[in-house]
Write a protein that binds this ligand. Structure first.
Ligand code: ADP
Ligand code: MG
Length: 698
């Protein structure tokens, strides 16, 4: 292993590099753009571009790309070489400020949700100087935002940057009203924990479903699953360990603070968490992390599965988005401190989150909705589809005291008593954890656990920033009009707790009782993506996003359409894959096996006339019956797919139809196939089984 501190950030055009490569006044101008959003002159851009190019050439790069995050959820890049013709048939390497600032990829093939007609292909990528450029595979990657000719956002980054401005404005307003004049900016910090599966590449290649859809569409339960809890935090196997080491190195080179790695609950499932950083950088880094996971896995003959539910019957993969606010002085606003009860800043901001989460439960549900994540939410491993907030006993007690204007008595922090005296004692945390909660306050940050493993964190953070900005904005409005600010703060706190405490829940989120209790409390329980997405264009949500200039109405409508269309397309691909596998592999395999059993029985009978062939007979009958049912089930899927054409032009109806009819037909077929799998000889079964896939990487 190379020296970590030496390789860290070696492929990044970061602050240290810029300080030494740029003239002071260029550096200062760039910093003004980054921290204060001041427009940049072309002159500055030219100097930065030239320095960037020189640095990249020295590192062996030949190309540059505007790296962006279209609505496909993955990143996009179009590579241009630095080459420019020079006299005498020669070439020079060039990169101008204009090329740095603006790119013009032909945008016609990216989803736009009607924001751009195909004939108006023009789309722009615009440099985001707040995220460092980096080198990947010999290409200088310039992080950019992506928008249409008319300026509408066509990507995930633009709204995120806008939401950062929104929350910054409102948080600073509130802080000023609280007398904190020294805070000029706040910073949204995010640390996303990333779960994933690793499977053997050779086995992966044998499964059309994994290749086309990222998940297994069939697969009988293996004899062993995760019931022994022996994988969670278990010893990391050598092949996986080698992968993780190389992944860490690649990420460190890109300036990503990869920090924690461990085995997760399901066999073959793992997790990586970085140290938190500013939200837009955390977003870029998470996209890069997912990309690197896939790339590095291949070097080890492995495939990294980022799908939310690659295997039925064992845990799926999520992503935990840890979110907090810090001041420009580096103070975490959500750090309760020694006396959280008296920490009014903490309590007021906490109230903003409580209010935001309660008022915009629907948006929190929307921003994590995808076809893949639907297989997790509401199952008994992942958070439920009901949004609620866990605060822990201490904070709940404080809020109760504040609401009732009652005395609050801090419980003494207990010492940890292990019973073995050689073990050092330490103070316990003030609250236990609640793993079942979709959104938990975890001591100094909020951990949003509903995200699917493949989701970009841009969307959820855009929502979180905006809804908290709105709550803070309402607080600020009230405080601005108050004669006695101190009293007004107490009033706001009391009022907010009273009105919004229904969103706070610390019990078991997986239980049936909670579903009933949540209904009583009037909380939303949105079952699926097609039902969730249309909330995006609810009147109150359009008002919210337009008020804070995060999305305009056209952008919201476009997003709604893209998300629903993506849902329908995803299920459609799965359905077609299923039919293909059934007709071309499974039915023929079962037929051949049935034939072999029949022949064996005939041979036995010919050899010993009196022999009993009941077993063969029963098995042949059973397999033939199931195979016939499967043929019909495949037909039903095909019919459902063709029936979907009646929803042409009605994307809401279409996505619901896919959810209700196509998925239902697929579920029926799956049950039959899984039954066939356990009754068919290993020799004939055309695919690696769950046991093969989940337990073969050693
Ligand atoms: P756990 O599994 O206990 O939740 P991890 O260490 O796996 O903890 O992940 C916690 C994540 O939260 C890390 O990415 C960490 O950097 C991040 N985090 C810690 N403090 C903050 C903060 N103030 N703001 C945002 N993220 C934070
Ligand atoms: Mg974790």
């Amino acid at each position: 292993m190379s020296n970590v501190t030496e390789i860290f950030g070696s492929e990044v055009f970061n602050d240290t590099v810029m300080r030494s490569a740029l003239p002071q006044e260029t550096y200062d101008a760039l910093m003004e753009t980054i921290t204060e959003g001041k427009p940049m002159s072309l002159e500055t851009a030219n100097v930065v571009a030239s320095a960037m190019k020189d640095w990249a050439l020295k590192k062996g790069a030949t190309h540059y790309t505007h790296w962006f995050q279209p609505m496909t959820g993955i990143t996009a890049e179009k590579h241009d070489s630095f080459i420019s013709p020079a006299e005498g048939g020669k070439a020079i390497m060039e990169f101008s400020g204009k090329e740095l600032i603006k790119g013009e990829p032909d945008a016609s093939s990216f989803p736009s949700g009607g924001l751009r007609e195909t004939c108006e292909a023009r789309g722009y990528t615009a440099w985001d100087p707040s995220s460092f450029a980096f080198i990947k595979d010999g290409t200088l990657c310039v992080p950019t935002a992506f928008c249409s000719y008319g300026g509408e956002a066509l990507d995930k980054k633009t709204p995120l940057l806008r939401s950062m401005e929104a929350i910054n404005t409102q948080a600073v307003r509130v802080l000023k009203l609280m007398g904190e004049d020294s805070v000029r900016n706040i910073n949204i910090t995010v640390g996303p924990e990333q779960e994933y599966f690793l499977v053997d590449k050779n086995l992966y290649d044998m499964r059309e479903d994994l290749v086309f859809t990222g998940r297994t569409l069939f697969g009988a339960k293996p004899p062993k699953g995760q019931e022994l809890d022996d994988h969670y935090f278990g010893v990391i196997k050598p092949r996986v360990s080698a992968f993780m080491k190389e992944l860490d190195e690649e990420l460190w080179k890109l300036g990503i603070y990869a920090k924690t790695k461990h085995n997760e609950a399901a066999p073959a499932q793992h997790e990586l968490a970085p140290v938190f950083t500013t939200v837009n950088i955390a977003t870029d880094h998470n996209q890069l992390t997912m990309e690197m996971m896939k790339k590095v896995a291949l070097r080890h003959d492995l495939v990294c599965l980022l799908h939310e539910k690659p295997f039925a019957g064992v845990n799926g993969s999520g992503k935990h988005n840890n979110w907090s606010i810090s001041t420009d002085g580096g103070e975490n606003i959500f750090k309760p401190g020694k006396n959280p009860h008296d920490n009014k800043r903490f309590i007021l901001f906490l109230c903003a989150v409580i209010k935001a989460v309660d008022e915009y439960q629907d948006l929190l549900r929307v921003c994590i909705s995808t076809a893949g994540n639907d297989h997790r939410l509401g199952g008994d491993e992942a958070p439920p589809a009901i949004v609620s907030l866990y605060l822990g006993e201490q904070i709940e007690n404080i809020l109760e005291a504040l609401e009732n204007d009652a005395e609050y008595n801090e419980k003494k922090r207990e010492k940890m008593q292990s019973g073995a005296h050689v073990i050092p004692t330490f103070s316990k945390d003030t609250a236990d954890r609640n793993r079942t909660s979709p959104l938990a306050f975890t001591g100094n940050k909020f951990e949003f656990r509903m995200l699917g493993s493949a989701n970009s964190v841009a969307g959820p953070n855009t929502v979180f920033n905006t809804i908290v900005a709105e709550a803070l904005c309402q607080f600020a409005d009230e405080l601005e009009n108050a004669d006695d600010v101190k009293k007004a703060i107490d009033d706001i706190i009391r009022k907010t707790i009273k009105k919004h405490k229904r969103i706070i829940f610390s019990g078991n989120n997986y239980s049936e009782e909670w579903v009933k209790e949540a209904e009583k409390r009037g909380l939303l329980n949105i079952a699926s993506t097609p039902e969730a997405i249309p909330y995006l264009i609810d009147k109150k949500n359009i008002e919210l996003f337009t008020k804070h200039a995060v999305y305009n109405e056209a952008e919201l409508e476009a997003r709604c359409e893209i998300l629903l269309e993506t849902y329908a397309k995803t299920v459609n691909i799965e359905a077609l894959t299923m039919v293909d596998m059934i007709k071309k592999d499974i039915i023929p395999a079962v037929s051949s096996y049935t034939e072999e059993i029949s022949n064996a029985a005939l041979a036995k009978k010919a050899f010993v006339k009196s022999i009993d062939t009941k077993m063969e007979e029963n098995l042949v009958i059973k397999l033939s019956k199931l195979n016939a049912e499967l043929y019909d089930a495949a037909g039903a899927i095909e019919k459902a797919i063709s029936d979907s054409s009646k929803f042409d032009g009605n994307v809401v109806g279409l996505s619901r139809f896919y959810r209700e009819k196509v998925l239902e037909a697929m579920n029926k077929a799956r049950v039959i196939v899984d039954e066939l799998e356990v009754n068919t000889s290993r020799e004939y079964w055309p695919y690696p089984t769950y046991a093969d896939l989940l337990f073969s990487v050693n």
